[in-house]
Design a binder for this molecule. Structure first.
Ligand SMILES: [Zn+2]
Length: 292
């Protein structure tokens, strides 16, 4: 008898949007408790998880490779292995998807938190992991994370380390960083600022041949809870109130427009529709498809 399996196959999943191929690339996940949540009754939040058959709070970490006629674009880069043993798999899974890091023409960031930007650079050598990529993000993002006054206001070591982390990660891309305030940032990819979680937090709307997908970044971190109870935010929201309004606006929009969404913290592979339910919303995972 052959030995029993101990690992999954690589976390890559392709979804066509018109002529564009979007590949969800799993960086892994982080398990934890509900201490990160704010503005929610913790017993109610726990009940939502129990009802969804989730024994723990699991946060998937996804990045998305977008292949267009213009080249290969990676949206976010995962943790780079900086947040425990259950994540940091972007590089491995990118190779499994048939893409060498040196062939990535642009890295688009939703924002500069370490579970999104810490895969940019090997901090032990200071070398960029995407040697030929342009780094593209909203102008408000580096303005905040490079601001020494904002760093001085950080309430604790954890918050301070986010500044240090993000500064080290983008440093090797100096000279090939492009900042935007909105609009089309790559052929077929339109930036949709969703501020609050961070000042320059941005979703990306992929459009081709009449089809659309919104990659919404961190609109939610614990999907079951924050979709059902959208007033729920997290300790990591730089501006809690703006993040709360942004989350409610985006949920309302994608439910009204029946727009397909993908998220960095939606359970892998992360393609969902959002429908109204009660006072909040509910996620419906898109059915898996064996071929494009
Ligand atoms: Zn995140």
């Amino acid at each position: 008898m052959s030995s029993l399996p101990v690992e999954q196959i690589s976390g890559i999943y392709h979804r066509k949007v018109g002529d564009i191929v979007v590949t969800a690339i799993s960086d892994g996940y982080i398990d934890g408790n509900l201490d990160l949540l704010r503005n929610v009754d913790v017993d109610q939040a726990r009940r939502v998880l129990v009802d969804a058959f989730r024994p723990v709070r699991r946060v998937s970490i996804n990045a998305f490779l977008v292949r267009t006629k213009g080249g290969s674009v990676l949206i976010d880069t995962g943790t780079g292995g900086s947040m425990g043993a259950t994540n940091g798999w972007i590089a491995r899974n990118l190779l499994a998807a048939g893409v060498d890091a040196k062939d990535v023409g642009a890295v688009l960031l939703t924002h500069m938190h370490p579970d999104h930007s810490a895969g940019l650079t090997d901090t032990s050598t200071g070398r960029p992991k995407f040697p030929n990529a342009e780094l593209v993000m909203h102008e408000a993002e580096p303005r905040y994370w490079l601001d020494d006054a904002a760093l001085a206001r950080a309430p604790n070591d954890g918050a301070r380390s986010m500044f240090e982390h993000s500064r080290a990660q983008i440093a090797p891309y100096k000279g090939r960083t492009r900042l935007f305030s909105g609009g089309e940032v790559f052929p077929g990819i339109v930036a949709m600022p969703i501020p609050g979680h961070t000042p320059g937090h941005t979703g990306y709307l992929i459009s081709s041949d009449g089809q659309q997908l919104l990659i919404w970044g961190d609109v939610v971190h614990v999907p079951e809870i924050q979709v059902a109870l959208p007033d729920t935010g997290t300790n990591f929201d730089v501006d809690f109130e703006v993040a709360r309004m942004s989350r409610k606006r985006v949920l309302d929009q994608v439910a009204s427009d029946r727009l397909l969404v993908a998220g960095m913290h939606l359970h892998y592979p992360g393609f969902y529709h959002v429908a109204r339910q009660g006072e909040g919303y509910v996620l419906h995972a898109e059915a898996w498809q064996h071929a494009l």
